[in-house]
Every structure is written in C-alpha cells, then in structure tokens.
Design a protein around this ligand. Structure first.
Ligand code: NAD
Ligand code: MG
Length: 392
C-alpha cells in the first residue's frame, strides 16, 4: 500500500500553548500522527488527562509531587512514568519515537534537544531558546549524528517554506516580520509604568507568558534573528527585521536576482506546527483561509531601536559570539520572570540584559553544554543581584 506508517511523536511541553496545539493537529490526523511521549513541568492533572486520551508509551513530569500523582493514577496501565531532565533525555531517544516536538520554554529545552539529535531524531523546534543559547553546539550535533531540525516558530517556518526548491547560493537576505507587539505606538515616556497584564496582552497571537513578554519588548524578534542565523546559516548582516502589524506575512526571503518570496496566512500557530509535522507533504486541513478583499492592506515599518533596545542587544550578542547569546538568553529569562513577579520595571529588562552581556560574555567557538550551563547560571545570578541592588 502507498499509505505511510504514522509518524510517532514525543511532545515536550505538551501542556503549554504549542504543546496543546500540537495535540490539536494529532486529533486532525489520527492516521498520520501518533503520540508516544507527553511531558510537562508540573501540571499533572492536565498531563494525566492527555495521557488518558492519547495513550502514549511514556509520560515525563518535572515536579516530584506531580510524579507521585501520575505514578499512582497510571498504575496498572502500560504507560511508563519518568521524572525530570533525565526522563526527558531518555524518552526522546526511544526507538519508537520518530519526531520530537520541542515545545518547552527556555534553556531547559537545550539538553533534551541535544539528546534527540544525538539519537538521530527529527526535531520540530518551537523552543527557540535552544538555538539562541546553544546554536553552535546544536549545529555540531546535527553534523555528527545526522538528525534533522524543522522550524515551528512561524517566521522560521515561513522562511523554510520560501526556501523549498531553492539553493543556499540563491539567498540574499531573510526578512523576519514582527507585529511590534502591544506597545508599538504607546508613548515611550510611559514605558516605565507598563504592567505585566498590559505586556501579557498581545494584539495578534495567544501564547505562553514568557514569549508574550518577549514579544512586547521585541526581545522575541532578537532571539528569532539568532535562531534564524543558526537554522539557515546566514550572517546577521543578511537577516533583517521588519515591523508588520497585521502578522499576515510571516516572513520573507529576497533572492540574488532581486525576487522576494513571502509566506502568508492567518496568525494561527497550528499552521506552522502542522507543516513541521507534515513536511515535505502538505495535508488538507480546515484551518481558516485569508479573506483577501476584507484584508485590504498590509503595512510595514522599520523597528525603532530606542523603543525596543532588546533587538539591537540580540544583534550585539550574535556579533560577540561565544557564550554571549547564552548570557543574553539567560539574563532575559530571569529578567522576564522578575518583571512578571512585579519585582522590576518593564524597562529594566533591557537594562539588566545589557549589563549581563557586557560583563559575562566569553569567547568560545563551540561552547560545550557544561560551558553554556555555567554561563546560563551565572547570568541568572548576576541579574538577581543587580535587581536586588536596584530594589534597595
Ligand atoms: P508555555 O509556557 O505555554 O508552555 C511550556 C510547556 O513547557 C509547558 O508544557 C510546561 O509544562 C513545559 N515546561 C516549561 N518549563 C519547563 C521545564 N523547565 N522543564 C520541563 N518542562 C517545562 O510556552 P509556549 O508558548 O508553548 O512556548 C514554548 C516554546 O515555543 C517557547 O520557546 C516559545 O518561545 C516558542 N514559541 C511559542 C509560540 C506560541 O505561539 N506559543 C510561538 C512561537 C514560538
Ligand atoms: Mg515567532
């Protein structure tokens, strides 16, 4: 028969925004996708519900209390229960897993992604922080073990789609589009007073808290520039950012002959998630189509570095190389957490990241996991100390 065997998935971060939308795609294509592994940090009740629906071979949870609950609840079933980072790294290497959907948040995603690539798996990557902190190491791991990386982030999926049928020598520039977030037109002198609730309200996308705050500072676009650098192997000078408030064009590629291709769609993460799972095929699905006449117009503007200082900071981290992007990422993760806990102001995020980048970046052509982990730990510590000073 011509019907392919279903792709067997490990969904890391199954209870999150990308994770639950990945499971929506599995529900749409029960003959093409099956779930072998589901993981979460601490929402045991949600993970249990998902396990009972999808009947994976294995679930992994970080939280010790959640682990105890799941062991209890799944006793007598064939579902194995594992815990923590060790559990994550073991489950992605299972022989009955074909594709790993990496949808954890932050640096915590790096080790499981490396483990998956070391086992030669296909990784659908939503967790951009993995490539920001460990891009050189991830590329080295790809070269050594022959795994593959497919982007899930909407901009990178768009570029990936534009590149189908093209050669690397034909590519001139990548143009990452950015919505500009909720503060694109807010008076700059009021940025000090931005609250977590205001920052968590994104005009076009519904996402996890961390990436939503990153969108408000535009650090998200900075992280995506670094992500694009490692995914598509282009220098920073050939990766541009363009503000496009409607989020209909998800990104573009300009080629050496002057032609530009763009990928367009309604802002719905299920489209890039599905493409990452169906690639190189496209699967018929009832996702919303663009109503072109109603859409009417698309707008563009250059990002303002005074309004969004995190964007130039990300370019600076890429220029420095070594551990600088890992420091940028860790300082940002810590600062965003402090902002959400109302311990620092919105404008402190860029200030703290800049200080960490300035003081802690170290050269290293391909930082090892241990070096990155140390850089990550020190950057978080540094931000906590600086923020403590600022609070007194
Ligand atoms: P989320 O906060 O909604 O979900 C995160 C998931 O990861 C949860 O299941 C959580 O339990 C798990 N998790 C978090 N920290 C963990 C840890 N330390 N150890 C183990 N598990 C952990 O996040 P999200 O919005 O789904 O984002 C996931 C990733 O995808 C992020 O890197 C984000 O930047 C990226 N991304 C998200 C979107 C979006 O629309 N949500 C779009 C583009 C890219
Ligand atoms: Mg994105």
């Amino acid at each position: 028969s011509s019907v392919a065997a279903p792709r067997r998935l490990a969904v890391l971060g199954a209870t999150g925004s990308i994770g639950t939308q990945t499971l929506d795609i599995v529900r749409l294509f029960p003959d093409r996708l099956t779930v072998q592994v589901l993981t979460a940090r601490r929402n045991a009740a949600r993970l249990l519900q998902q396990a009972l629906e999808f009947r994976p071979a294995c679930v992994v949870i970080d939280d010790p209390e959640g682990y105890r609950q799941l062991r209890e609840a799944l006793r007598g079933t064939s579902i194995e229960v594992l815990q923590g980072e060790q559990g994550l790294c073991a489950c992605v290497q299972r022989p009955d897993v074909d594709v790993v959907m990496a949808a954890l948040v932050g640096f915590a995603g790096l080790r499981p992604v490396l483990a998956a690539l070391e086992a030669g798996k296909q990784v659908a990557l939503a967790n951009k922080e993995t490539l920001v902190a460990g891009g050189a190491l991830v590329r080295q791991t790809l070269r050594r073990y022959g795994g593959t990386l497919i982007p899930v982030d909407s901009e990178h999926s768009a570029i990936f789609q534009c590149l189908v049928g093209e050669t690397p020598a034909s590519v001139e520039t990548l143009i990452l589009t950015a919505s500009g977030g909720p503060f694109r037109t807010r008076p700059l002198e009021t940025f000090d007073r931005i609250t977590p609730d205001e920052a968590l309200c994104h005009p076009n996308w519904s996402m996890g808290a961390k990436v939503t705050v990153d969108s408000a500072t535009m650090m998200n676009k900075g992280l995506e520039v670094i992500e694009a650098h490692w995914l598509f192997e282009l220098p920073a000078a050939r990766i541009q950012v363009l503000v496009h408030p409607q989020s209909i064009i998800h990104s573009m590629v300009t080629f050496v002959d002057g032609s530009t291709k763009a990928q367009l769609g309604v802002p719905d993460m299920r489209l890039p998630i599905q493409y990452a799972l169906s690639y190189p095929e496209r699967w018929e699905a009832p996702h919303e189509r663009i109503d072109w006449a109603r859409l009417g117009r698309l707008d563009f503007e250059t990002p303002d570095p005074a309004r969004f200082p995190c964007l130039p900071l990300a370019y600076e981290a890429l220029r420095r190389g070594g551990t600088a992007p890992a420091v940028l990422n860790a300082a940002n993760e810590q600062a965003v957490q402090l902002f959400l806990q109302e311990q620092i102001r919105f404008t402190d995020i860029a200030r703290l990241v800049e200080a960490a980048l300035e003081h802690l970046s170290e050269p290293d052509a391909v930082p090892s996991y241990e070096h990155l982990q140390e850089a990550d730990r020190r950057a978080r510590q540094y931000v906590l100390e600086l923020a403590g000073v600022a609070a007194h």
